[in-house]
Design a protein around this ligand. Structure first.
Ligand code: NIG
Ligand code: FE
Length: 413
């Protein structure tokens, strides 16, 4: 692989550091005008001005990319998706447009159970193929690291199949995948009314296999009224932590249940959704350094009030943004849509939104030391925009303006 140098960038814009950014720190991007990036063996070797690079390096040794009039950002980190699934649920989308709620549909055995039925019937090869195509689409939007959850099997075989598909995709596709075990995404039909027995089954029969086969780093739960209670969420995540998983929680999405408080108590790596998080819940997140992962496209698709990003950031939280791409509540992986919603409807600044979808997303995946910013020693995961300034990401509303994507030092778009 030839080493790369990128020259003449109108600006490089990046958060700085190896850990999550909290509160007002989220608004600080380092901006280098007429910037250059030197990449060696897939790793960032130098980040400085073009004049400095021309003095220090012999360009003959490099493949040169001219980024004149183009802004360079860190590769995007989408830290919450459910991208491995069988089938689709368009009928539910239109039922919601006609007044049914997400939970109405779920209580009638549609929703997640619907996708569970289709995913159980899908072979490894079928899931691999759709997964591969979805990763290609993410790459076009500049996503270089993505999290993927299981949770459409809710039985041993299918949960493991979903995770094994992600493991193979991680080996064979450019996009890096962080895997999360979400066996507690819902209580499947065959365990109806026996929620605790189902959680015990997950703890005794599924988690140990996931651990032994090293198929996931994180354990997540859909902690929600009529799904998995606070008590059972705590039981599962405590056990998972003992086994060496980091905890994540789908918290306070539909009602204010205390999921954010539980995330703090368990020192989860992230609490996600948080549309209805309480003030003590928000306090618990920042006091315990839990990343608050907000999913504006889900609120948009469900037509619900957005999470209170301003309150969270202004009170000192670390906020990440993610797509929540899934076949039910949010069948879109559109990064431009997510940025537009975050800045127009959640009053985040463009700087905060970029930090949230790069370094803080990386922190929510335990990878802030490796990706999420443009700094010497980090993986050369970069996005080059068609425009000179990072603010175009929001201003050019809903349009994909990603021109070039570099993953581990290789041009992949
Ligand atoms: O994060 N809220 C729970 N889980 C997913 C949706 C899953 C589905 O509807 O298929 C979410 O929005
Ligand atoms: Fe989710």
């Amino acid at each position: 692989m030839k080493n790369i140098v990128i020259l003449n960038s109108s600006e490089i814009a990046t958060p700085i550091g190896n850990t999550a950014k909290f509160g007002s720190q989220m608004n600080n991007l380092k901006v280098i005008k007429n910037g250059a990036v030197v990449i060696k063996n897939g790793i960032i070797e130098d980040v400085c001005t073009t004049e400095e690079v021309l003095k220090k390096y012999n360009l003959d040794e490099f493949e040169v990319i001219d980024a004149h009039n183009k802004c360079i950002l860190p590769g995007f980190v989408d830290s919450h998706t459910h991208f491995i699934f069988g089938g689709y649920r368009p009928e539910e989308f239109f039922m919601r447009l006609n007044g049914a709620s997400y939970m109405d549909i779920m209580r009638k055995k549609g929703g997640i159970q619907n996708t569970v039925n289709a995913t159980r019937k899908s072979s490894f090869g079928e899931l691999y193929k759709v997964g591969y195509e979805r990763l290609n689409s993410m790459l076009q939007f500049g996503i270089t690291t993505v999290e993927g959850k299981s949770g459409y099997g809710l039985d041993l075989d299918t949960e493991i199949r979903q995770l094994e598909v992600m493991k193979k995709l991680n080996e064979e596709h450019y996009v890096d995948i962080a895997s999360t075990f979400l066996g507690a995404h819902a209580v499947p039909l065959e365990y109806e009314g026996r929620n605790e027995e189902y959680i015990d089954f997950i703890i005794d029969k599924v988690l140990p296999v996931v651990k032994e086969k090293e198929l996931a780093e994180f354990c997540d739960v859909f902690c929600e009224d009529d799904v998995i209670s606070i008590e059972l969420s705590e039981k599962l995540l405590s056990k998972a932590k003992e086994m060496g998983f980091r905890a994540k929680i789908h918290a306070d999405e539909i009602v204010s249940l205390g999921g954010a408080e539980l995330a703090g108590k368990l020192k989860a790596v992230s609490a996600d959704h948080l549309l209805c998080a309480s003030d003590p819940g928000i306090k618990s997140l920042y006091e315990n350094k839990v990343v608050a992962t907000l999913l504006p496209s889900t609120a948009f698709c469900l037509n619900k009030p957005y999470a209170n990003a301003r309150k969270m950031i202004d009170s000192g939280c670390s906020v990440a943004l993610a797509s929540d791409f899934n076949p039910g509540s949010c069948f879109t992986n559109s990064v431009p849509l997510m940025f537009a919603l975050a800045c127009i409807h959640m009053s985040m600044t463009a700087e905060e939104a970029i930090t949230a979808f790069t370094l803080n997303g990386a922190a929510a995946l335990n990878r802030a030391d490796r990706v999420g910013s443009i700094e010497k020693g980090k993986a050369a995961d970069l996005v080059i925009l068609k425009y000179p300034d990072f603010k175009y990401l929001v201003y050019n509303t809903g349009v994909n303006i990603v021109d070039i994507v570099i993953k581990n030092g290789k041009v992949v778009k």
